[in-house]
Design a protein around this ligand. Structure first.
Ligand code: PXG
Length: 454
């Protein structure tokens, strides 16, 4: 006998009958039905059965300012009344997109003063691919086409996004990657570092970029794209040696650097961008998620001046989306940036919330199931292992999914990437919210350990 309410059962039936869900195991989904999320406030969600759940993932890494912010609701409603839609094509524009471009540039690294808006991060990375190839063609170097990404990097789910990303499960479906994209190994020491020290491994992983450039020929390579910290790949924080070496390599060769800031951007590291945190000097930055705190879809690409100059002197750029710079999304983006400024949310992350979250998360390292806790800013990862010393996993046991289910059942959303549990909570968490997260996480680790051994 199901204890679910008739309303929940009805929605779940609709899911099976009519909805093709993104990134879901359809067989499992049909068996169990989706959990139906109906409401949210602050850092908590409610499902259709009335369970209150702490959202350790800020939706999907996006709800920076938390749920229920009336300022964003009002901004959307006012813009819908005034001008619900117009486009930016063919020599027209509207105030929200232009004002948001200015507001984004004000927080972007120096020398990056142009933005191309899209409807999502994936569209942002499609735009990156077309922009960088167009740039090199305009420079008289049409051969510079190949973009180097990383294994297990994530850059979205469109054909270009999935190709730039290095997710093998995505490449297997749809004959990807498309031509002109190459991948180098990721700087994932815990999973792949073997006997090397983290710094040795970081240097090795960075040097793969140089090897790939030399293998392909500098005259064939357009750009290198990377997330400052890999998100969907499992909150992979590169060893300290990694980014300095990558910077040296990028300085040596004439290729562009694209920082995919879709997750790291807008405060997640305690700086405006992950590139600020690591002092990277990107030529292009992909943005989305935290730009509007996910209240409405929006993405974009921030472009360094010397590239914007070449593109804008190049005449037509035959690229754009119906919803590029959508006025309602732009109005929400502006209101969202205003909140980040006025409430000093990023400063608070840097000086208070992130240090507290990171300190409390590290306490979980004493748990017998935990091989490593790593994190930075409002990002965290907990590696589940059989043997702490050797980093051996419970192969084939699906421990991450077991843990994720216990979390859900006990009022906490943590994502599982294989056997890595990850969090990226709203930036506005209080210390009490962090305490709730860590104590629920510990309980679920205990339950997981019992279930494996039971
Ligand atoms: N780049 C990065 C770094 C991302 O994390 C995208 C691009 C694509 O953005 P859109 O808006 O097109 O989805 C993302 C999105 C996960 C997960 O499993 C992560 C994302 C999307 C879906 C699932 O953690 N990130």
């Amino acid at each position: 006998m199901s204890t679910k309410s008739p309303q929940t059962l009805q929605w779940q039936a609709l899911s099976g009958d009519h909805h093709l869900a993104p990134f879901s195991d359809y067989r499992q989904l049909k068996e169990k039905g989706p959990r139906i999320i109906t409401e949210a406030q602050g850092v908590h969600l409610w499902d259709s059965e009335g369970h209150k759940i702490l959202d350790g993932m800020a939706g999907l890494w996006c709800v920076a300012v938390g749920y229920g912010r009336e300022e964003l609701v009002q901004a959307a409603a006012a813009q819908m009344r005034e001008l619900p839609y117009y486009n930016l094509f063919f020599q027209t524009a509207h105030p929200p997109a232009l004002e948001l471009a200015q507001a984004v540039v004000q927080v972007a690294p120096d020398g990056m003063s142009h933005v191309f808006f899209t409807g999502s991060g994936s569209e942002g990375n499609d735009t990156v691919l077309r922009l960088v190839r167009h740039y090199w063609a305009l420079q008289g170097k049409p051969g510079k086409k190949t973009i180097i990404g990383r294994v297990n990097g994530y850059h979205g789910s469109t054909v270009a996004g999935a190709s730039l990303g290095g997710m093998s499960g995505m490449h297997e479906q749809g004959d990807l990657p498309i031509p002109g994209i190459a991948h180098i190994p990721q700087p994932y020491w815990f999973g792949e570092g073997g006997d090397m020290s983290p710094d040795e491994f970081g240097l090795w992983a960075a040097n793969q970029l140089e090897e790939k450039i030399l293998e392909l020929g500098e005259d064939q390579v357009a750009a290198f794209i990377a997330e400052p910290i890999q998100g969907a790949g499992g909150v992979i924080i590169p060893p300290d040696s990694y980014w300095p070496r990558i910077k040296e390599i990028l300085a040596k060769y004439d290729i562009l650097f694209v920082a995919d800031e879709v997750i790291c951007g807008f405060g997640r590291t305690g700086e405006w961008f992950g590139s600020d945190y690591y002092q990277l000097k990107p030529d292009l930055m992909t943005i989305a998620k935290g730009l509007t705190s996910g209240y409405v879809p929006m993405g974009g690409v921030i472009v360094r001046d010397r590239i914007a100059k070449v593109i804008s002197e190049g005449g037509d750029f035959n690229h754009g989306f119906t919803y590029s710079g959508h006025p309602v999304a732009a109005a929400v983006g502006l209101a969202n940036l205003r909140l980040l400024h006025e409430e000093k949310i990023i400063e608070r992350v840097r000086s208070e919330t992130a240090p507290y979250l990171q300190k409390r998360l590290r306490e979980l390292e004493d748990h017998p199931l935990v091989g490593e806790v790593r994190g930075l800013g409002m990002l965290g990862a907990i590696e589940l292992v059989k043997d702490k010393a050797t980093r051996e996993r419970y192969e084939g046991r699906g421990v991450g999914m077991v843990c994720r289910q216990f979390c859900f059942d006990n009022g906490l959303i943590m994502r599982a990437v294989g056997d890595t549990m990850i969090i990226a909570p709203p930036l506005v968490m209080t210390e009490a919210d962090v305490d709730e997260l860590v104590s629920k996480a510990r309980l679920c680790l205990d339950l997981t350990l019992n279930a494996i051994n039971g």
